[in-house]
Design a protein around this ligand. Structure first.
Ligand code: PBG
Length: 322
Protein backbone atom coordinates (compact mmCIF):
# COMPACT_ATOMS: atom_id res chain seq x y z
CA UNK A 1 0.00 0.00 0.00
CA UNK A 2 1.42 3.39 -0.88
CA UNK A 3 1.97 5.93 1.82
CA UNK A 4 -1.00 8.24 2.21
CA UNK A 5 0.15 10.28 5.21
CA UNK A 6 3.29 11.09 7.21
CA UNK A 7 4.22 8.94 10.23
CA UNK A 8 5.34 11.65 12.69
CA UNK A 9 4.91 9.23 15.57
CA UNK A 10 7.78 7.06 14.31
CA UNK A 11 10.37 9.39 15.86
CA UNK A 12 8.43 9.55 19.12
CA UNK A 13 8.14 5.83 19.60
CA UNK A 14 11.15 5.30 21.88
CA UNK A 15 12.62 7.45 24.67
CA UNK A 16 16.16 7.18 23.26
CA UNK A 17 14.90 8.17 19.83
CA UNK A 18 13.13 11.18 21.31
CA UNK A 19 16.37 12.13 23.07
CA UNK A 20 18.25 11.77 19.79
CA UNK A 21 15.99 14.10 17.81
CA UNK A 22 15.37 16.68 20.53
CA UNK A 23 15.98 20.15 19.09
CA UNK A 24 16.49 22.15 22.28
CA UNK A 25 18.74 21.29 25.23
CA UNK A 26 18.63 22.92 28.62
CA UNK A 27 22.03 23.17 30.33
CA UNK A 28 23.04 24.28 33.78
CA UNK A 29 25.46 26.69 32.07
CA UNK A 30 22.45 28.61 30.71
CA UNK A 31 21.43 29.74 34.18
CA UNK A 32 21.83 32.99 36.08
CA UNK A 33 20.45 33.12 39.63
CA UNK A 34 19.17 36.43 41.09
CA UNK A 35 19.90 37.13 44.78
CA UNK A 36 18.72 39.86 47.16
CA UNK A 37 21.43 41.20 49.49
CA UNK A 38 20.63 43.11 52.69
CA UNK A 39 22.60 44.87 55.43
CA UNK A 40 20.81 42.84 58.09
CA UNK A 41 22.48 39.56 58.92
CA UNK A 42 20.62 36.29 58.52
CA UNK A 43 17.94 35.13 56.14
CA UNK A 44 14.47 36.62 55.79
CA UNK A 45 11.90 34.93 53.54
CA UNK A 46 10.19 36.95 50.82
CA UNK A 47 6.53 36.04 51.27
CA UNK A 48 5.42 36.43 47.67
CA UNK A 49 8.41 34.44 46.36
CA UNK A 50 8.46 31.17 48.33
CA UNK A 51 11.98 29.73 48.41
CA UNK A 52 13.64 33.12 47.83
CA UNK A 53 15.07 35.02 50.81
CA UNK A 54 16.64 38.33 51.65
CA UNK A 55 20.22 37.43 52.45
CA UNK A 56 22.57 39.08 54.91
CA UNK A 57 26.20 38.95 53.80
CA UNK A 58 26.78 35.87 55.99
CA UNK A 59 23.92 33.98 54.35
CA UNK A 60 24.88 35.29 50.93
CA UNK A 61 28.27 33.61 51.32
CA UNK A 62 26.53 30.35 52.18
CA UNK A 63 24.12 30.74 49.27
CA UNK A 64 26.81 31.29 46.63
CA UNK A 65 28.72 28.23 47.79
CA UNK A 66 25.59 26.19 47.17
CA UNK A 67 25.01 27.89 43.81
CA UNK A 68 28.57 27.12 42.72
CA UNK A 69 28.33 23.52 43.92
CA UNK A 70 25.22 23.09 41.81
CA UNK A 71 27.24 24.16 38.78
CA UNK A 72 25.35 27.42 38.19
CA UNK A 73 27.90 29.74 36.58
CA UNK A 74 26.48 33.15 37.47
CA UNK A 75 24.39 35.23 39.83
CA UNK A 76 22.71 38.62 39.52
CA UNK A 77 22.93 40.76 42.66
CA UNK A 78 20.14 43.08 43.78
CA UNK A 79 20.65 45.27 46.83
CA UNK A 80 18.28 46.39 49.56
CA UNK A 81 19.84 49.59 50.92
CA UNK A 82 19.34 51.15 54.33
CA UNK A 83 19.61 54.71 53.00
CA UNK A 84 17.27 56.19 50.41
CA UNK A 85 17.90 59.77 49.26
CA UNK A 86 17.14 62.00 46.26
CA UNK A 87 20.48 61.30 44.60
CA UNK A 88 20.43 57.55 45.28
CA UNK A 89 23.77 57.78 47.11
CA UNK A 90 23.90 54.19 48.27
CA UNK A 91 23.65 52.95 44.68
CA UNK A 92 27.25 54.04 44.02
CA UNK A 93 28.71 54.13 47.54
CA UNK A 94 31.85 52.11 48.21
CA UNK A 95 30.15 50.58 51.25
CA UNK A 96 26.77 50.25 49.54
CA UNK A 97 25.02 46.93 49.95
CA UNK A 98 25.73 45.71 46.40
CA UNK A 99 29.39 46.69 46.60
CA UNK A 100 29.75 44.82 49.91
CA UNK A 101 27.86 41.84 48.49
CA UNK A 102 30.14 41.66 45.45
CA UNK A 103 33.23 41.59 47.65
CA UNK A 104 31.70 38.95 49.92
CA UNK A 105 30.78 36.70 46.99
CA UNK A 106 34.15 37.13 45.29
CA UNK A 107 36.04 36.30 48.46
CA UNK A 108 33.91 33.18 48.96
CA UNK A 109 33.75 31.87 45.37
CA UNK A 110 36.22 33.85 43.23
CA UNK A 111 35.28 32.26 39.93
CA UNK A 112 31.51 32.60 40.21
CA UNK A 113 30.46 35.14 37.56
CA UNK A 114 28.93 38.11 39.32
CA UNK A 115 26.48 40.26 37.40
CA UNK A 116 24.83 43.23 39.08
CA UNK A 117 21.55 44.98 38.46
CA UNK A 118 22.37 48.63 37.86
CA UNK A 119 19.42 50.83 38.76
CA UNK A 120 18.41 53.66 41.09
CA UNK A 121 14.84 52.66 42.02
CA UNK A 122 15.71 50.87 45.28
CA UNK A 123 17.86 53.81 46.38
CA UNK A 124 15.59 56.87 46.24
CA UNK A 125 12.35 57.59 48.11
CA UNK A 126 10.42 58.18 44.87
CA UNK A 127 11.17 54.60 43.83
CA UNK A 128 11.95 55.59 40.25
CA UNK A 129 14.78 54.32 38.08
CA UNK A 130 16.19 57.79 37.37
CA UNK A 131 16.51 61.19 39.05
CA UNK A 132 13.19 62.80 39.88
CA UNK A 133 12.54 66.53 39.36
CA UNK A 134 9.00 67.40 40.40
CA UNK A 135 6.90 64.71 38.80
CA UNK A 136 9.33 64.08 35.96
CA UNK A 137 11.87 61.23 35.73
CA UNK A 138 14.70 63.11 34.06
CA UNK A 139 16.84 61.29 31.56
CA UNK A 140 20.20 62.91 30.90
CA UNK A 141 20.97 63.96 34.48
CA UNK A 142 20.38 60.33 35.55
CA UNK A 143 23.07 58.96 33.26
CA UNK A 144 26.01 60.13 35.37
CA UNK A 145 24.59 58.44 38.48
CA UNK A 146 23.81 55.24 36.62
CA UNK A 147 27.29 55.14 35.10
CA UNK A 148 28.84 55.86 38.51
CA UNK A 149 26.82 52.97 39.96
CA UNK A 150 28.05 50.60 37.27
CA UNK A 151 31.67 51.67 37.78
CA UNK A 152 31.42 51.23 41.55
CA UNK A 153 30.18 47.66 41.01
CA UNK A 154 33.08 46.89 38.70
CA UNK A 155 35.58 48.42 41.11
CA UNK A 156 34.12 46.17 43.83
CA UNK A 157 34.72 43.16 41.57
CA UNK A 158 31.60 42.65 39.42
CA UNK A 159 32.23 40.72 36.20
CA UNK A 160 29.16 41.95 34.29
CA UNK A 161 26.98 45.02 34.74
CA UNK A 162 23.30 44.86 33.82
CA UNK A 163 21.56 48.25 33.65
CA UNK A 164 17.79 47.94 34.13
CA UNK A 165 16.74 51.59 34.39
CA UNK A 166 15.60 52.10 30.76
CA UNK A 167 16.96 55.66 30.53
CA UNK A 168 18.07 56.54 26.99
CA UNK A 169 21.82 56.64 26.49
CA UNK A 170 22.78 54.68 29.61
CA UNK A 171 24.72 52.03 27.70
CA UNK A 172 26.92 54.67 26.06
CA UNK A 173 27.38 56.46 29.39
CA UNK A 174 28.33 53.25 31.20
CA UNK A 175 30.68 52.07 28.43
CA UNK A 176 32.46 55.42 28.41
CA UNK A 177 32.78 55.47 32.19
CA UNK A 178 34.14 51.92 32.36
CA UNK A 179 36.54 52.45 29.47
CA UNK A 180 37.87 55.71 30.95
CA UNK A 181 38.65 53.81 34.15
CA UNK A 182 40.42 51.07 32.21
CA UNK A 183 37.68 48.42 32.49
CA UNK A 184 37.52 47.81 28.77
CA UNK A 185 36.92 44.09 29.21
CA UNK A 186 33.85 44.28 31.47
CA UNK A 187 30.75 43.31 29.47
CA UNK A 188 27.40 45.08 29.64
CA UNK A 189 24.26 42.93 29.69
CA UNK A 190 21.59 45.42 28.73
CA UNK A 191 18.02 45.12 29.93
CA UNK A 192 17.42 46.45 26.41
CA UNK A 193 13.80 45.39 26.13
CA UNK A 194 12.13 45.87 29.46
CA UNK A 195 8.38 46.20 29.49
CA UNK A 196 6.23 48.14 31.97
CA UNK A 197 4.90 44.92 33.42
CA UNK A 198 2.59 43.83 36.22
CA UNK A 199 4.75 40.71 36.52
CA UNK A 200 7.30 42.68 38.62
CA UNK A 201 4.86 42.92 41.55
CA UNK A 202 6.54 40.47 43.96
CA UNK A 203 10.01 41.89 43.18
CA UNK A 204 8.91 45.40 44.12
CA UNK A 205 7.73 44.08 47.45
CA UNK A 206 11.01 42.19 47.86
CA UNK A 207 13.17 45.16 46.89
CA UNK A 208 10.93 47.83 48.42
CA UNK A 209 11.14 49.65 45.09
CA UNK A 210 7.54 50.35 44.09
CA UNK A 211 7.18 53.88 42.70
CA UNK A 212 5.84 56.34 45.31
CA UNK A 213 3.93 58.20 42.58
CA UNK A 214 2.91 57.37 39.03
CA UNK A 215 4.27 54.32 37.27
CA UNK A 216 7.21 53.37 35.06
CA UNK A 217 5.47 53.81 31.70
CA UNK A 218 7.46 56.88 30.63
CA UNK A 219 10.62 54.77 30.53
CA UNK A 220 9.70 51.06 30.45
CA UNK A 221 8.12 49.78 27.25
CA UNK A 222 4.48 49.37 26.28
CA UNK A 223 3.67 45.61 26.35
CA UNK A 224 1.84 46.03 23.04
CA UNK A 225 5.01 46.86 21.08
CA UNK A 226 7.51 44.66 19.29
CA UNK A 227 8.96 46.90 16.56
CA UNK A 228 9.92 49.31 19.33
CA UNK A 229 11.81 46.44 20.95
CA UNK A 230 13.98 46.19 17.85
CA UNK A 231 14.69 49.92 18.00
CA UNK A 232 15.66 49.71 21.69
CA UNK A 233 17.95 46.75 21.06
CA UNK A 234 19.53 48.40 18.00
CA UNK A 235 20.41 51.53 20.02
CA UNK A 236 21.89 49.50 22.83
CA UNK A 237 24.05 47.46 20.48
CA UNK A 238 25.21 50.66 18.79
CA UNK A 239 26.03 52.18 22.19
CA UNK A 240 28.13 49.16 23.16
CA UNK A 241 25.92 46.52 24.79
CA UNK A 242 27.56 43.08 24.66
CA UNK A 243 24.44 41.09 25.53
CA UNK A 244 20.74 41.84 25.32
CA UNK A 245 17.85 40.94 27.58
CA UNK A 246 14.10 40.62 27.17
CA UNK A 247 12.05 41.01 30.34
CA UNK A 248 9.61 39.58 31.39
CA UNK A 249 9.94 36.29 29.51
CA UNK A 250 6.81 34.21 29.12
CA UNK A 251 4.40 36.79 27.73
CA UNK A 252 7.15 38.04 25.38
CA UNK A 253 8.45 34.96 23.60
CA UNK A 254 7.73 36.50 20.20
CA UNK A 255 10.02 39.37 21.20
CA UNK A 256 12.77 36.93 22.19
CA UNK A 257 12.45 35.27 18.80
CA UNK A 258 12.46 38.60 16.96
CA UNK A 259 15.64 39.77 18.72
CA UNK A 260 17.32 36.42 18.12
CA UNK A 261 16.71 36.71 14.40
CA UNK A 262 17.74 40.34 14.15
CA UNK A 263 20.87 40.48 16.34
CA UNK A 264 23.82 38.19 16.87
CA UNK A 265 24.58 39.26 20.45
CA UNK A 266 23.89 36.69 23.18
CA UNK A 267 20.33 37.00 24.42
CA UNK A 268 19.00 36.62 27.95
CA UNK A 269 15.41 36.08 29.05
CA UNK A 270 14.43 37.19 32.56
CA UNK A 271 11.76 34.91 34.03
CA UNK A 272 10.61 37.52 36.55
CA UNK A 273 9.18 37.46 40.06
CA UNK A 274 5.50 37.34 39.06
CA UNK A 275 6.17 34.45 36.70
CA UNK A 276 7.90 32.62 39.55
CA UNK A 277 5.15 33.43 42.06
CA UNK A 278 2.39 32.12 39.78
CA UNK A 279 4.07 28.75 39.38
CA UNK A 280 4.84 28.49 43.10
CA UNK A 281 1.27 29.36 44.11
CA UNK A 282 -0.29 26.86 41.73
CA UNK A 283 2.18 24.16 42.77
CA UNK A 284 1.56 24.78 46.48
CA UNK A 285 -2.13 24.25 45.81
CA UNK A 286 -1.37 20.97 44.08
CA UNK A 287 -2.76 22.30 40.80
CA UNK A 288 0.33 21.78 38.66
CA UNK A 289 3.46 19.64 38.67
CA UNK A 290 6.07 22.28 39.50
CA UNK A 291 9.09 20.45 38.17
CA UNK A 292 7.48 19.56 34.85
CA UNK A 293 6.06 23.06 34.39
CA UNK A 294 9.38 24.76 35.19
CA UNK A 295 11.31 22.57 32.75
CA UNK A 296 8.69 23.10 30.05
CA UNK A 297 8.82 26.89 30.51
CA UNK A 298 12.62 27.01 30.41
CA UNK A 299 12.79 24.75 27.36
CA UNK A 300 10.24 27.05 25.72
CA UNK A 301 12.36 30.12 26.44
CA UNK A 302 15.43 28.47 24.93
CA UNK A 303 13.45 27.29 21.93
CA UNK A 304 12.23 30.87 21.47
CA UNK A 305 15.87 31.95 21.26
CA UNK A 306 17.16 32.74 24.75
CA UNK A 307 20.80 31.80 25.39
CA UNK A 308 20.81 32.83 29.05
CA UNK A 309 17.98 32.13 31.49
CA UNK A 310 17.73 34.45 34.47
CA UNK A 311 15.42 32.71 36.91
CA UNK A 312 14.62 32.26 40.60
CA UNK A 313 14.19 28.56 39.73
CA UNK A 314 17.89 28.22 38.83
CA UNK A 315 18.84 26.11 41.85
CA UNK A 316 15.85 23.78 41.30
CA UNK A 317 16.66 23.45 37.61
CA UNK A 318 20.30 22.64 38.35
CA UNK A 319 19.08 19.85 40.67
CA UNK A 320 16.61 18.52 38.08
CA UNK A 321 19.35 18.47 35.46
CA UNK A 322 21.51 16.83 38.15
C1 PBG B 1 14.84 47.44 38.83
C2 PBG B 1 14.38 46.06 38.49
C3 PBG B 1 13.10 45.49 38.55
C4 PBG B 1 13.25 44.15 38.26
C5 PBG B 1 14.59 43.93 37.98
N1 PBG B 1 15.27 45.14 38.12
C6 PBG B 1 11.81 46.07 38.95
C7 PBG B 1 11.19 47.12 38.13
O1 PBG B 1 11.70 47.58 37.11
O2 PBG B 1 10.12 47.57 38.55
C8 PBG B 1 12.17 43.11 38.24
C9 PBG B 1 12.63 41.71 38.54
C10 PBG B 1 11.55 40.75 38.85
O3 PBG B 1 10.34 41.07 38.85
O4 PBG B 1 11.89 39.58 39.10
N2 PBG B 1 14.49 48.43 37.94
Amino acid sequence: MSKTFDRHRRLRSHAKLRDMVRETQLNVTDLMYPVFATHDAGRDPITSMPGVDHLGLDELRREVLEVAELGIPSIMIFGIPTVKDEISSEAYAEEGIVQQAIRAVKSEVPDLLVATDVCLCQYNPAGHCGLVHGDEIVNDASLELIAATALSHVVAGADIVAPSDMMDGRIAAIRQKLDDAGHVHTPILSYAVKYASAFYGPFREAADSAPAFGDRRTYQMDPANIREALREARSDIAEGADMLMVKPALAYMDVIRALKEEFDAPLAAYNVSGEYAMVKAAAQNGWIDERAVVMEMMTGLKRAGADILITYFAKDIARYLG
